[in-house]
Structure formats: structure tokens, C-alpha cells
Design a protein around this ligand. Structure first.
Ligand code: SAM
Length: 385
């Protein structure tokens, strides 16, 4: 049995996955089949969400322009109305004067009004007054949007482009833009909380490495939080990384990694390293090799945050005999290959003991945190000697 997507983590939150899980638990004979869940986009969910990116700075500018145009148009319509009003008043006055002078020669008042073009003027006035009301209404709407946008100004970095849907799918098993952005933003919040719980202020970090950055889902939200840090990205996927390098101008360096270390990154380069949803996919020998490399490139006293899937989640998706590796609390299962990622990229799980032991071979463990990353992966927080 295999699931496509991100280590079944996100997909495990998906309603379809939950239903499938219940069916598989109650009908074990089905477990021999291969199931592939292709996470699809649900555009209607965008509407259902309180989508903070609607008030982007670009939108703000567009609203200001629209408001100015409406202001100009409103002034023109007002002028038209005032001139129609003045015409009408003059015609009314003329009518009054003429009818007072010779009521019997002009005939019925309506005819007189018609003769003076008074009703045409009334119609014209009615038309411009209605136009004015519409313009005013539009103006009020734009004013409200503008006030909203100004109340929630958006830092310019959120206006950076989105990677194409296939790259988003590659790292998260979903193409939807809103999940990509929302998850990235959540995870940066989680990293901040984990650092603070370890007694570190995120403002103190000067050189941050996103290890396994993919196409920058997390990375793009770092600048306003890690305000004093140079941001570096590393990944074995050259395509995702090329997108990061080409579109996120705040990134100081990108490192395309070999499938196994060593890398060309100098010793002691970073004071904060994090890896989100990377050690949820690797076999044991690859994980061990990269832990050792992370120790080499971490500065003494650096903070290291590594997310992992707890072994309890494995039981929801796999039966033990499906494990390719199952060693002392570490297990690794084959899934549908992900386009563009290494052959060894499948899914792995750790018990708390296993992550403490494996990460503890290279780092001092500060804490192990349940569901601390986007509320579905656990995180081990460590420091280097
Ligand atoms: C599930 S994605 C997560 C991407 C990113 N951390 C995020 O949360 O958006 C896993 C990433 O790990 C990368 N990866 C796989 N094997 C790796 C390795 N040996 N070293 C570094 N990155 C690796 C993949 O290319 C992919 O970008």
C-alpha cells in the first residue's frame, strides 16, 4: 500500500484519507492493494477561508488607483447634475414667469413645460442623479476595501511569486496555493515558538539554513521573523532550488546537495539549521550521514530543529511487514516515487527514543515536541557542541 504525497502527513489530514484509513482498518484484506491518493485542489476552499493575502500591497495600490478614478468620475457626474439642475431651475422660472404673464395664451401647463424642454431636463436630471448614486455606492465600496487593506498592510515579501503548482505538489502533495502559503507561514511560527522555548530569541540568529528547502514554502516567510539573519537554502532537488534562487531575492545562497554528503559548504556556517519534513522521508543510512554533515556545518552552540513523523502515525498507514527497514524504533516504508526526488525518498518514522538516540549521536538534545510542526509532525530541538 502506498500513498503519494508528503509522507502521508498532510494527506492524513485529508478527509478522503481518513475514510480510506477506516475502511482499511476494518477490511484488512484490502491492505495488499496499492492505493494512490492524488491530492487535488479545492478552489472553493479559498473562498471559504479568511484569506489574508487579499490585502496585498499590490491590491492596495490597485485600490488607490481605482479610488482616484472614481473620485474623478464622481466630480464629472456631480458637475453634470449641477448643470442639469441649473437648467431645470431656469426653465421652471421661465415657466412660472410666462404662465403668470399670459396663462390663457400658453394653454395647459404640461404643454408649456414640454415647449420649454422642462421635462427633458427633468429626465436628464433624474438620469445623472441615478448615475451619481451608483458612482457614490462604488466609491463607498472601494473606500471600505481600502480601509481594510490599510488596516492589514502586507509586507512586500508576501507579494513574491508562487512556485508553479507541480513544484508545490512535489514538496507537499498538494497543488493549492492557499495550503502552500498557509502551511509555510504556520511552520515559521512554529520554528519561532520552538526556538523561544529553547531560550533563544530568533533575532539573535545571523545565518539560517533551511535544509531540504524545496521550492521555499517555509523559507519565504522567514525574513520578517528572523530579522537579522542571512537566509540560506539547501536541497537535493535542483529544480525547486533554482526556483528559490530565481524568485526570492532575500536568499543569500542556494546549495544543490549531492544525494550523500559531503557538501562543499564550509564548516561551522550556520547558527540555526532546520529541516522540515526531510527526515520523514529518508532511509537510516542516509539520515545518519546527513546528521553528521549537519553537525559539521553547524556553528558551536547552533540551534537545530528537525521534524519527524512519530512511529504511532506509521500504524495508521502501514502494517509492520511492509517496512523496508524497522530498526530500534526507526522504520522506513516504500511509497509511490515522487517525480524529481531521489529514489530513496519514501517515508520514515521514529519513536521518541529513536530520534533522541540518532540525533543525540551528533547533538545535545534540548527537547522533543509532539505535533509541534504544523500540528502534525513532531520536532526534536538540539544544539551543537
Ligand atoms: C516534503 S519536502 C519539504 C520541503 C520543505 N522543507 C517544506 O517544508 O516546504 C522534502 C524536501 O526534502 C528534500 N530532500 C530529499 N532528500 C534530501 C536530502 N538527502 N538532503 C536534503 N534534502 C532532501 C526534497 O528534495 C524536498 O524538497
Amino acid at each position: 500500500m502506498a500513498f503519494s504525497g508528503e509522507g502521508c502527513g498532510l494527506l492524513s489530514e485529508h478527509p478522503a484519507t481518513r475514510v480510506l484509513r477506516v475502511i482499511l482498518h476494518s477490511m484488512p484484506s484490502l491492505q495488499q492493494h496499492e492505493f494512490v491518493i492524488d491530492a487535488v485542489q479545492f478552489p472553493e476552499r479559498i473562498g471559504a477561508m479568511n484569506w489574508p493575502w487579499t490585502s496585498s500591497s499590490r491590491k492596495l495600490k490597485q485600490l488607490c488607483d481605482e479610488k482616484q478614478k472614481l473620485r474623478d468620475r464622481l466630480a464629472i457626474v456631480k458637475k453634470q447634475r449641477d448643470s442639469a439642475r441649473a437648467h431645470r431651475d431656469r426653465a421652471k422660472e421661465e415657466l412660472r414667469r410666462m404662465s403668470a404673464a399670459s396663462a390663457d395664451t400658453l394653454g395647459p401647463v404640461d404643454d408649456a413645460a414640454q415647449a420649454l424642454g422642462f421635462s427633458d431636463l427633468l429626465m436628464q436630471l433624474d438620469k445623472v442623479t441615478r448615475e451619481l448614486q451608483v458612482e457614490k455606492h462604488l466609491h463607498e465600496n472601494v473606500k471600505m476595501d481600502l480601509a481594510n487593506a490599510e488596516a492589514n498592510p502586507l509586507p512586500p515579501h508576501l507579494d513574491w511569486p508562487l512556485p508553479p503548482p507541480d513544484l508545490r505538489f512535489r514538496i507537499g502533495g498538494e497543488r493549492a496555493a492557499w495550503t502552500f502559503l498557509k502551511i509555510g507561514e504556520n511552520i515559521v511560527g512554529d520554528l519561532k515558538k520552538l526556538a523561544e522555548a529553547a531560550g533563544r530569541d530568533v533575532g539573535e540568529f545571523t545565518s539560517v539554513l533551511d535544509f531540504g528547502a524545496g521550492c521555499g514554502r517555509v523559507l519565504r516567510f522567514l525574513p520578517p521573523v528572523f530579522v537579522n539573519a542571512q537566509i540560506h537554502a539547501a536541497d537535493v532537488d535542483p529544480v525547486g532550488l533554482a526556483w528559490v534562487g530565481g524568485h526570492l531575492p532575500f536568499v543569500t545562497s542556494t546549495h544543490v546537495l549531492p544525494l550523500f554528503p559531503p557538501t562543499t559548504i564550509p564548516d561551522a556556517s550556520f547558527d540555526f539549521i532546520f529541516a522540515i519534513s526531510v527526515f520523514t522521508h529518508l532511509p537510516l543510512d542516509v539520515e545518519r550521514a546527513w546528521f553528521a554533515e549537519l553537525r559539521r556545518i553547524a556553528r558551536p552552540g547552533a540551534l537545530i530543529v528537525l521534524s519527524y513523523m512519530p512511529d504511532t502515525a506509521a500504524a495508521l498507514h502501514f502494517t509492520p511487514e511492509l517496512a523496508i527497514e524497522n530498526v530500534d524504533g526507526f522504520s522506513y516504508y516504500k511509497t509511490t516515487p515522487t517525480d524529481g526526488l531521489p529514489d530513496y525518498y519514501h517515508v520514515s518514522y521514529h519513536t521518541e527514543d529513536a530520534i533522541r538516540r540518532l540525533a543525540g549521536e551528533h547533538f545535545r538534545i534540548l527537547s522533543v515536541n509532539t505535533r509541534a510542526v504544523n500540528a502534525h509532525q513532531d520536532a526534536v530541538v538540539c544544539t551543537s557542541a
